[in-house]
Design a protein around this ligand. Structure first.
Ligand code: NJP
Length: 242
């Protein structure tokens, strides 16, 4: 088995983050799982007692910088450091640009950019001293723009730029990976407030990849240590049918 790594993941209560937390703990790693909703995190922690690794649930709202730094400090106090951070918490509130309330734009910027930055800022000192790994969750929307999701696309372009700046600045100290998924079947689209768009998009996500498939990609990137660095991984649904 690979050496167990100490991994902090945000947005672990649902979807991709939840699947990553399970997959990584099941592969023997030590997972510090964060989100705002404690019930699903506690359920995950209870389930994980049967896994070879370890999983601790620690609630955090990534839009509150003091909570984020307290979470990182608690992990370092408990486990002595952070080897991998996965700032996965993110939201896409789809709406045509001219119809979206300003609050939706701010929410996406607060969670998808500021939340990622707060998480990285809190984790970086420990990551740098451990020659650690940042795994950012981008999107196809990090390289393309789509209608009805202009601000979401802008936030994911920012995530990719943050990854690239870390990779450039810390070439000899950090591994940096950006995972760019297409549609994944999670509650992601259910958070969209525009009823018509939510209903129209849902089938596309129903036919998307499983979050467990994305988690396999994350596990591969995490366990590449010493062999190579996955700098960008694009995953798209297989539309060929069975
Ligand atoms: O979405 P969902 P996904 N503070 O809604 C958390 C990207 N992505 O797993 O706090 C802390 O199931 C929320 O937890 P809670 C996407 O952009 C997806 O699909 O309890 N956490 C939950 O755990 C995002 O970056 C697709 O509400 C906060 C999690 O975020 C990542 O994948 C395609 C929070 C969201 O889980 C995970 O999305 C793509 C806060 N303030 C990229 N606000 C896709 N699904 O198709 C939310 O290209 N969370």
């Amino acid at each position: 088995m690979n050496t167990p790594l100490r991994i902090w993941i945000t947005g672990a209560s649902s979807g991709i983050g939840h699947a990553c937390a399970r997959t990584l703990a099941n592969a023997g790693h030590r997972v510090w799982a964060s989100a705002r909703s404690l019930d699903p995190l506690d359920a995950l922690a209870n389930e994980s007692v049967h896994f070879p690794g370890e999983l601790i649930a620690y609630p955090v709202d990534v839009t509150v910088p003091n909570e984020v730094s307290a979470c990182a400090n608690a992990m370092v106090d408990a486990w002595g450091g952070i080897d991998v951070v996965i700032p996965n918490a993110g939201m896409g509130l789809f709406n045509p640009l001219h119809e979206a309330p300003l609050t939706e734009w701010h929410t996406m910027v607060d969670v998808n950019i500021s939340g990622v930055l707060s998480t990285l800022h809190a984790a970086l000192p420990s990551l740098l001293s451990n020659r650690g790994h940042v795994i950012n969750i981008g999107s196809l929307a990090a390289r393309q723009v789509f209608p009805n999701s202009g601000v979401y696309c802008a936030t994911k372009h920012a995530v990719l730029a943050i990854s690239e700046s870390l990779r450039t600045e810390f070439r000899n100290e950090l591994a940096v990976t950006t995972i760019n998924p297409g549609a994944v079947n999670t509650p992601f689209i259910d958070r969209t407030n525009n009823d018509e768009l939510r209903a129209n998009y849902r089938p596309q996500f129903d036919a998307g990849m499983t979050p467990e498939y994305v988690a396999e990609g994350v596990l591969f990137a995490v366990e590449s240590r010493g062999r190579g660095v996955v700098s960008e991984l694009t995953l798209r649904p297989d539309r060929r049918g069975s």
